[in-house]
Design a protein. Structure first.
Lengths: 147, 445
């Protein structure tokens, strides 16, 4: 039910983003989705890959600081109000969402898949399922991005 | 004078009652001033000050002699302060100069003999026995650390692996394969060795080291805890500088509440770097040393630029030599940001107060416009990295807050990746000042 996301610490300087991307490229690891959070002085790159263990190993070997985090892959109808409906699952639960970014989107009229980082992924998954929202397995999530 | 393994005092002179010590010091001071006076430099200094050896009636009369500075040594490059015929020189060492040429110091055979005995004092005080094997990762060469410790260890009768500096993976291999009991290097290099051993997939504590003697650069109590935790050893501090003799000027006993100065060989003073007046015991000031027994290059009232405090209260170990605190900074390393005096040790304290900040950092100071700007770059440790931005921002803000509360000024804190800052295998360079010389306010006297 959970997906492993890798987060990387990036210094704010030219070339800092390219290095981990090159390392993954050389190892033949495809980035399925990514999100970049930044402050003035440093950034955090979050990525989803098929083989997070191997990706983590090659990244750490190249000197990157990497952290693995559990996230949810959630299916949302790609229509007006689709995201708001999904978020309704958390109303009154006190669960806080750290961040969301798309894993697979852009097929208007079909469904989008979002990466959801919440404090308590298990509880969040239950709340979502109770609202008839599909939480994808790893395989289903990879299938959604054609990986 | 056989070393006693029981009470672990190398030289009975370490236990001299203070009154007897003072008599010995005065007698030796007169002799040392006489020896120094044969050099044209000290002959001029002493005659201008109107001091003759016979005028020294009490130890307080020392203060009639002017200070000697590093600039004096540079001005008499290479061996202008040599007080014996060149034929009597047994060894020349030097300290690396930031301005290009090193500063040379010379030793007679007698000086080398005394020096190795001084190193043996602190080595034995820290537990060195003849059956130990010691890994020495200090540079061998002009730097006094390598040969100084080497001779002290030999004097005690212990075995030595003279690895010298550099090639850390190889150092780790030798530590694993030869299983020495004792490590000798700079404290930052000890941490680097632990880091490399760990990166190798090993546990640095399994190297089986028992204790270590660290010196050659200032370090903190927190660094001691980190070294002890990482390597599973007891870490001892020792102090020295080539201009005075090299390592062996002072070192810790088992009580580890300061480093006993070998006061039968060096007079120590602690002065305010601005007024040059003595500071009270317990207060931080600049250390000033006068050699009492050196033959080749006696030195009178040498301003070390090292900031530390003295403690003359009795030590449970029985040694009577005054204890000096850790060196908390350099009077010339001290930097002034927007008119405020700041020591690198204050930044270290701030980092260590913040859980998660490793003590690897560099301070860069610049003056892009009219105001000074200080940037503190801090390495984050992998365990402290969070994928949540608010945690990372909070970490940075806590460091920022601590620096402000300790120094009273705001600095820009930047988090950088581990090992992004170069590790020094010699002295750690903590402060990079991009301002042109002579810009801010006052310089130390």
């Amino acid at each position: 039910m959970k997906l492993t996301q890798l987060s990387l610490f990036l210094e704010n300087r030219p070339g800092a983003l390219r290095l981990p991307c090159q390392v993954l490229g050389l190892a033949g690891i495809d980035i399925l989705s990514m999100s970049l959070a930044d402050t003035q002085q440093f950034g955090i790159l979050r990525i989803v890959v098929k083989d997070p263990d191997r990706a983590r190993k090659v990244l750490e070997e190249s000197g990157c600081v990497v952290k693995a985090t559990d996230v949810l892959a959630v299916e949302v109808p790609d229509r007006a109000g689709g995201l708001a409906d999904m978020l309704g699952a958390f109303e009154g639960s006190g669960l806080s969402i750290e961040y969301i970014y798309p894993l697979a989107a852009g097929h208007r009229g079909k469904t989008a898949v979002l990466v959801l980082r919440v404090e308590e992924p298990e509880r969040a998954a239950k709340l979502l399922q109770a609202r008839q929202v599909r939480v994808l397995t790893r395989e289903q999530a990879f299938e959604a991005v054609g990986a | 004078m056989a070393p006693s393994a029981e009470n672990r005092v190398w030289d009975p002179a370490e236990l001299l009652p203070r009154a007897r010590l003072a008599e010995l010091q005065l007698e030796r001071l007169r002799a040392s001033v006489s020896r120094a006076g044969v050099t044209p430099f000290y002959d001029g200094v002493l005659s201008r000050a109107g001091v003759a050896p016979g005028d020294l009636r009490t130890l307080d009369d020392l203060r009639r002699i002017p200070f000697t500075t590093k600039d004096d040594l540079r001005a008499h490059y290479p061996l202008g302060l040599l007080a014996v015929p060149r034929a009597e020189v047994a060894r020349i060492h030097g300290s690396s100069g930031t301005t290009g040429k090193p500063t040379f110091v010379a030793y007679t055979h007698g000086d080398l003999e005394r020096w190795s005995g001084l190193c043996a004092r602190f080595l034995v005080a820290g537990g060195l026995r003849p059956d130990h094997l010691v890994h020495v990762a200090f540079g061998y060469g002009l730097f006094t650390g390598g040969f100084g410790l080497h001779q002290g260890i030999e004097r005690v009768g212990a075995g030595i692996v003279p690895v010298a500096g550099g090639n850390t993976p190889r150092q780790v291999m030798l530590l694993r394969d030869l299983r020495p009991d004792v490590l000798v290097c700079t404290p930052s290099y000890a941490l680097h060795i632990a880091e490399v051993a760990r990166a190798d997939g090993g546990d640095p504590r399994e190297l089986g080291l028992a204790f270590g003697h660290f010196g050659g650069e200032p370090w903190t109590e927190e660094m001691r805890f980190e070294i002890e935790r990482e390597l599973g050893i007891r870490a001892f501090n020792n102090y020295g500088l080539s201009e005075v003799i090299g390592p062996g000027v002072s070192g810790e006993c088992a009580a580890r509440t300061g480093m006993h100065v070998a006061e039968d060989h060096f007079l120590v003073e602690c002065v305010d770097p601005w007024t040059l007046e003595p500071v009270a015991d317990g207060e931080v000031g600049e250390l000033v040393f006068t050699s009492l027994t050196k033959e080749a290059m006696p030195i009178l009232r040498y301003r070390t630029r090292d900031l530390a405090a003295l403690d003359r209260s009795p030590c449970p170990c029985g040694r009577t030599g005054a204890r000096m605190s850790r060196v908390v900074g350099r009077s010339d390393d001290m930097f002034i940001v927007r008119g405020v005096n700041v020591f690198p040790s204050q930044i270290e304290e701030a980092l260590l107060r913040v859980e998660g900040a490793a003590p690897h950092y560099v301070i860069e100071i610049a003056r892009p416009g009219t105001l000074d700007e200080a940037v503190v770059r801090v390495e984050i440790r992998p365990g402290d990295f969070s994928d949540e931005m608010r945690h990372m921002v909070a970490l940075r803000d806590r460091i920022d807050h601590e620096i402000h509360s300790i120094t009273g000024i705001r600095m820009t804190v930047e988090l950088v990746a581990p090992s992004a800052l170069g590790r020094s295998e010699g002295k750690a360079r903590r402060v990079i000042d991009h301002r042109r010389a002579g810009v801010p306010g006052r310089d130390p006297a």
